[in-house]
Design a protein around this ligand. Structure first.
Ligand code: PRP
Length: 213
């Protein structure tokens, strides 16, 4: 039997994902040991797991280096990779929003030529250029995006909000909602065919667990 390989977005989501997988018997004891290892194996079930930067997970899955990936919808919308999105895991729930100082509320509605800082330039382009037909400048950042309006790099940001405490503590508010976000399971297109039984079986088991939570 060939290995079924999982790429998981490292961080908070990975732990929750492993809990879900464990509850349907897809466990990996090797992953719990503290080590510098990058890939973990369950020899009995012929499973492999690796952790990758969230934005790289869709890439590993599209190219078939992983059969299955678990990653946020934010990353899927941003990366636009060619893969099957098969399941909403109902974890890692948050919202993609436009945020900034309260005073930006009116300008944001119909204004032009303001600046938007974000880790998600494709999502921001889609929202402002295509949906709202606003000509804004999009500035790509790699983290701590809330800094941008505070130091004057941009007027607003496009980012994910979970509890809202980062915004609150920095004097920013949600100005517009773009879409809800949660963790999704994705599958490589070829893997879906050659491992149809194992993968659909996994999806069905996961669905039952998720529906009961
Ligand atoms: C994310 C996001 C916000 C924050 C939102 O950042 O980009 O900054 O979490 O969470 P909250 O609404 O619960 O405060 P992350 O922690 O991933 O760090 P980064 O900004 O450096 O990427």
């Amino acid at each position: 039997m060939r290995y079924l390989t999982f790429a998981l977005a490292k961080g908070r989501l990975a732990d929750k994902t492993m809990e879900l997988l464990e509850s349907i018997g897809f466990s990996c004891d090797e992953m719990k040991e503290k080590s510098r290892k990058l890939i973990f194996t369950n020899e009995d079930l012929k499973l492999k797991f690796f952790l990758a930067k969230a934005s790289d997970v869709p890439t590993y899955v599209e190219y078939g280096a992983a059969d299955i990936g678990v990653v946020g919808k934010d990353t899927l919308l941003e990366e636009k990779r060619n893969l099957y999105e098969v399941l909403n895991l109902g974890i890692g729930n948050c919202r993609m929003v436009v945020a900034g100082p309260e005073e930006m509320k009116e300008t944001l509605k119909f204004g032009q030529n303001f600046r938007v800082a974000t880790k998600y330039p494709n999502i921001a382009k889609e929202y402002f250029h295509f949906n709202k037909k606003q000509n804004v400048e999009i500035i790509k950042l790699n983290g701590s995006v809330e800094l941008a309006p505070i130091v004057g790099l941009s007027e607003v940001i496009v980012d994910i909000v979970e509890t809202g405490s980062t915004l609150r503590e920095n004097g920013l508010v949600v100005l517009e909602e773009i879409c809800p976000i949660s963790a999704r399971m994705v599958v490589n297109r070829v893997s879906m065919k050659i491992e149809y039984e194992r993968i659909t079986n996994l999806i069905e088991k996961m669905k039952k667990i998720i529906d009961n939570e």
